[in-house]
Each structure stands twice: as C-alpha cells, then as structure tokens.
Design a protein around this ligand. Structure first.
Ligand code: HEC
Length: 357
C-alpha cells in the first residue's frame, strides 16, 4: 500500500544531493526521470501554485560546515546572524531565529512548512516512524515528540553525517600523495595561489567558516532562459544577503558555497546560469560580471581578470571536477524508507520511471 505520496526530490543522492534540474520543483511537480532531470510542473497546477524556490537548491552535503542555511544565511540564531535580530521580524519564516536554534535545525523546521509537509502522532504511526521517534527523543514530552521540530532535529543529524571524505584531494591531505593526478595537483596549486580561489573558499569543505558573502554579479534565477516558477525581478532573494538583513553593505552578496562533488550538479551559481565547471572557471578568469542589475561598485575586489592560460583553466577545472570528487556518496542513501514509499519521489509517474512496485 502506498501510504504517502508526499515525497519530493530537490536533493537527489545520485546528483550529489542537488535537484538534477536547474530549479527544483517539490509539491506541484510530477515525474523524476533517472536522476531528477525529468521533473516537470504537474498539469493540474498553475505555475504560481508550485513549490519552487527563487534560487538553485544547495546540496545537502558537508552541511556540518554550514552554520547558517540558504544562500543568504537566513536561518540560525547564532554565528553570522548575531546582530541581525532586527530583521527577523520582517519575514514570518525567519522569526524562528528568535527561538535559539542552530542553522540546520531552524532551516529544517521552516522547510517543512514551506514544502507543505506535516508530522503528527497519527502520521508517525502510519508511516512506521513512531518507535524510532520514541527511541531518538525520550526526553521530549509525548505531546511534542512527533512534530516538525523533532523531524527537523532528526534530519539535521542525518545531514551532518553526509560528508565527502574520500575525494582524491582529501586522500592526498591524509598523506596518500598518489591519490591525485599530476593535472589535479597543478589545478590545486592554481586554486590556492595564482587563481586566488582560496581568498573566499577556505574551510574544510571549501566554503567559508565563519560564513562570508560576496557579490560576483551572476544572473538570478528569473533571468534563466528556461521557464521559471514563483520568482521574478522583484524577488527579494535577488538581493542576496541584503534580502534577509536589509543592510546596504550586504546588497547582492551571496554565501560562499562548498566545492565538493560539483560535477554532478550540472548547474552552477545561485541562478543556475552556468552549465559546466569550465564555464565557471572562465567566468572567474574573465572577471567580467554578467548581471546588469548589479552595480560594479558592489562587486568583490577579489573578482578581477586572472590571466590564466587555456591549459591552466583545464587544470583548475580538472581539480574541481575530479580532485574534489568523492565517488562513493551512495553510501549515504538508505536502502528503503519505513513508509514503503518510492523515493526520492512517490508520485505515480515517478513510480513508473523508477520501477517502484
Ligand atoms: C570573492 C570571493 C570568491 C572568490 C575569489 C572565488 N569564489 Fe567561487 N564563489 C564565491 C561565491 C560568493 C559564490 C556564489 C556566487 C553566487 O551564486 O551568487 C561562488 C561560487 C562558486 C562556484 C559554484 C558553486 C555552486 O554550488 O554553484 C564554484 C564552482 C566556484 N565558486 C569556484 C571558484 C573557483 C575555482 C575560484 C577561483 C578561480 C573561485 N570560486 C573564486 C566566492 C568566491
């Protein structure tokens, strides 16, 4: 028996936990294809009704190095959101920051609302999760034990376990110097030296901790030539960190994202304006912005022409694509889910496409 059809995929394990599509569609979408590329709007939904976001989904990998979730760092009471309290009231979703949660726990509770999902004792029982909740949360009173809050905590704990740690560069750092090819080594040297990538990408996951936000002047989601849903020129998310903090100095600045397992994403930057890592490297090398809405004086001083040769760009691309690639991520994919639903997707078309019984 199919107990739940509410399973959707913006974080597909086979795509290194991104959507497989430039803009994820949760509720209001149908189908999956092989790895999420085949998902489309359900014919019975208007475009304005689907659950889609105004920026490309970030991968749910290496989140243990993420203190404040989303491209603008909206969620989480602490860390870089210290001092942003006055903006939490502007948006009902970020009011949760007043409650004292870390980024992932705050994000997940709000995500369950945004993505139209519920949890209650009846559902926990029906889907086969009640006992697991009892085991995981014995100290939480029964009246609150099967709720969005506990679901958020459980998912955050799982998310912190999804780590890339078998990439050639990581093996190299452990002392196995043969793990990287010569080309990957040349690319790494460029990354940490001449190309200046490390000025911004400098944590263990190559995001930045504490989080930093920079304007690179890339296109926003609504400027994508493909059909987009529920975003437009007026989307506050186009303002980057300032869309959340309302601070002038944060205008058009986006969070420095992690750089592992990128080659499976297929779409890069918050507006998904690049289709390949080579295009991303060329963008940084040219040092010329693409989005006319972002004034030049807002752009980071680290973003300027780099003078890399074609061969150097190849080397840097190879370092990103394969030097920073852990090929064994399916170890984090469960073999089944308790509800018996087909996953990542459980709508009738996806079930056929994924050969679920
Ligand atoms: C000024 C700081 C800065 C520098 C320098 C920098 N980056 Fe980034 N990088 C960012 C930010 C911020 C983003 C997200 C931009 C956006 O989408 O608006 C980003 C995005 C990326 C992405 C896309 C990731 C994704 O999930 O879409 C890749 C790949 C990347 N950078 C690689 C590099 C490489 C390679 C270099 C060196 C040539 C470099 N970066 C230099 C700040 C920087």
């Amino acid at each position: 028996m199919v107990k739940s059809t509410k399973i959707y995929s913006c974080h597909v394990p086979e795509r290194s936990f991104t959507a497989g599509r430039f803009q994820g569609i949760a509720d209001g979408g149908i189908g999956f294809g092989q790895t999420g590329e085949g998902r489309t709007k359900h014919p019975l939904y208007q475009g304005s009704e689907v659950d889609a976001q105004g920026a490309r989904p970030l991968p749910t990998i290496n989140l243990t190095y993420v203190t404040n979730a989303l491209w603008a760092g909206n969620f989480g009471t602490f860390d870089v959101n210290d001092g942003t309290e006055s903006s939490w009231n502007y948006d009902t979703l970020t009011q949760i920051n007043f409650k004292g949660f870390k980024g992932l726990e705050a994000n997940n509770q709000r995500a369950l609302i945004v993505h139209r999902q519920i949890m209650n004792p009846v559902l926990a029982e029906e889907l086969g999760y009640k006992e697991l909740f009892d085991e995981a949360f014995p100290d939480i009173p029964v009246s609150e034990r099967y709720s969005r809050k506990t679901v958020a905590f459980a998912i955050a704990a799982y998310q912190r376990s999804i780590l890339t740690n078998q990439a050639p560069f990581q093996e190299f750092l452990r002392g196995n110097h043969d793990a990287m090819s010569e080309q990957q080594k040349r690319g790494a040297i460029l990354f940490f030296d001449k190309a200046g990538c490390v000025n911004c990408h400098n944590s263990p996951s190559l995001n930045s901790v504490p989080h930093e936000f920079f304007a690179l002047g890339v296109y926003d989601m609504y400027q994508n030539p493909r059909e987009t849903f529920r975003t437009s020129k007026d989307d506050r998310r186009n303002l980057g960190r300032a869309g959340f903090t309302y601070r002038d100095e944060d205008m058009f600045k986006f969070k420095v994202p992690q750089l592992y397992n990128l080659k499976e994403f297929g779409f890069y930057f918050h507006g998904a304006s690049k289709r390949s890592l080579r295009e991303v490297v060329e963008y940084f090398n040219n040092g010329v912005t693409e989005n006319p809405n972002v004034p030049k004086d807002r752009i980071s001083g680290f973003f300027h022409p780099l003078g890399l040769s074609d061969e150097e760009m190849d080397d840097l691309t190879e370092f990103l694509a394969n030097g920073l690639y852990d090929s064994n991520m399916l170890r984090y994919k469960p073999d089944f889910v308790m509800s018996g639903s087909c996953f990542p997707n459980n709508d009738p078309l996806s079930r056929i496409e994924m050969s679920c019984k």
